[in-house]
Design a protein around this ligand. Structure first.
Ligand code: UD1
Length: 429
């Protein structure tokens, strides 16, 4: 299993290109299933979850080819088997995003239930309830969701029906599934309590280019007027705000001066505000975002308390990375995780690196220390891995981060990008 060896203590300087967003590329690859015409997605990040999604749709009889420029050309004209098997779904929960588009275009789908997930139980009950409200019959058998259009007066419906859906909580992939399903449904769908993430807006804009009629995306209430058919399109995947946020934290922790090309400051409001309060200097430049640190971390960083919430609040996907800053900042902070129940698995590993952190339920209390000291640590999930890499970059000595397949799931060439900024980091096979 690959690991990373990091020799801490180097500042980061230079420019780094932020890739397309994983969490936009995954639903957008599923949106390609909604049409028989070719779709070109540009700026697709090369990472493991994208490879898994490509495998999943190819397995359905869809052709999907990489171009040399980082684009993927998808043609779902030959889709013959609307199924997502357990072997693929178990490695990536986002496979559930195939359910809405398959039902909408084919009137049936067989999608494995996602298995357990390290960061919490993450059920898909809201996806099922919403699609049932749109006229799908969904039964769970042998670990699979077997979905088809419901019978009405002895005949099977020919399309999903528009519906008024209010989810019990804000769900990102749930909102995306409903958007895609509603685009081809008969009549109007109203989504209340919808997620407002930039990735939702990006997906909605792609669907609109395909001919969908959507209004209100980016707010908590989205209206979709279903159409009979969607066409192909070319769409550029929005920049990855979590990758950008991860680099912002890395530079704030190690010191230095870096420009994040294509980084979108307007998608990182809550994170940038906390970084500024902590003492980092962040500005918007023509190329993207510039981050500078005014001195050695423990001399300038001031601990920041925060709670994770839905967008536009502080993202749960940035909690672990920001915690490293708090671990080496002056003062004590409280970090409250409200989205997932088990998302503090990086804490024990950070403690192995010398951090002072105690967990009390949903709250981690972090007492800043002057310096972390290198150790061998184990990555447990995607964003936890990123936090351990940042911790390794600042710790004194040689840190080894094991099980970095978690990191490879969601970051496009993380260590190559860090090397380009002057980090001493190498992959050990
Ligand atoms: C997406 C992101 C993930 C991010 C998360 C929260 C993708 C591919 N993944 O995950 O990176 O961490 O949003 O910002 O975009 N819930 C239910 N029932 C459901 C659906 C959700 O109980 O049917 C709960 C979840 O367990 C969780 C909360 O709702 O506690 C939010 O989850 P959700 O927004 O659905 O996360 P994902 O879309 O899976």
């Amino acid at each position: 299993m690959d690991k990373l060896l990091i020799r801490g203590g180097r500042q980061l300087r230079g420019e780094v290109r932020i890739s397309g967003a994983k969490n936009a590329a995954l639903p957008e690859l599923c949106a390609c299933l909604l049409t028989a015409q070719p779709v070109t997605l540009a700026n697709v990040p090369r990472l493991q979850d994208v490879s898994t999604m490509l495998k999943l749709i190819r397995n359905m009889g869809v052709s999907a080819e990489w171009g040399e420029d980082g684009s993927v050309r998808v043609n779902a004209g030959g889709l013959s088997s609307p199924e997502a098997p357990y072997e693929l779904v178990k490695t990536m929960r986002a496979s559930v995003l195939a359910l809405g588009p398959l039902l909408a275009r084919f009137g049936e789908a067989t999608v494995s239930l996602p298995g357990g997930c390290a960061i919490g139980s993450r059920p898909v009950d809201q996806h099922i309830k919403g699609l049932q409200a749109m006229g799908a019959e969904i039964v769970v058998e042998h670990g699979y969701m077997l979905a088809k259009l419901a019978m009405v007066n002895g005949t099977r419906r020919s399309r999903l029906q528009g519906a008024h859906i209010t989810t019990d909580m804000v769900t990102v992939t749930g909102t995306e599934n409903f958007l895609m399903a509603a685009a081809l449904a008969q009549g109007e769908t109203i989504l209340e309590n919808a997620a407002q993430e930039p990735e939702i807006i990006d997906l909605a804009e792609m669907l609109i280019q395909m001919g969908a009629k959507i209004e209100g995306h980016g707010s908590s209430c989205i209206h979709i007027q279903g159409v009979e058919q969607l066409q192909g399109c070319s769409h550029q995947v929005v920049a990855d705000r979590i990758e950008a946020g991860t680099f912002l934290c890395a530079v704030a922790a190690t010191g230095g001066d870096v420009v994040l090309q294509h980084g979108r400051a307007d998608h990182l409001g809550a994170v940038i505000e906390k970084l500024r309060d902590a003492g980092a200097i962040i500005s918007t430049v023509t190329e993207g975002i510039r981050v500078q640190s005014p001195g050695p971390a423990h001399q300038y960083l001031k601990a920041q308390s925060f709670r994770t919430t839905e967008y536009p609040g502080f993202p749960t996907d940035m909690q672990a990375q920001f915690m490293v800053l708090n671990a080496i900042a002056q003062g004590t902070s409280r970090v409250t995780e409200t989205i997932f129940e088990n998302r503090f698995m990086h804490v024990n590993e950070l403690v192995r690196l010398g951090a002072h952190i105690q967990i009390d339920g949903k709250v981690a209390v972090i007492e800043g220390v002057e310096q972390l000291s290198a150790a061998t640590v184990m990555a447990t999930d995607l964003r936890a891995s990123a936090s351990l890499v940042i911790a390794g970059l600042v710790a004194e000595g040689d840190t080894v981060v094991e099980r970095i397949y978690h990191l490879d799931r969601g970051y496009d060439q993380m260590e190559t990008k860090l090397q380009g900024l002057g980090a001493d980091i190498e992959r050990l096979k």
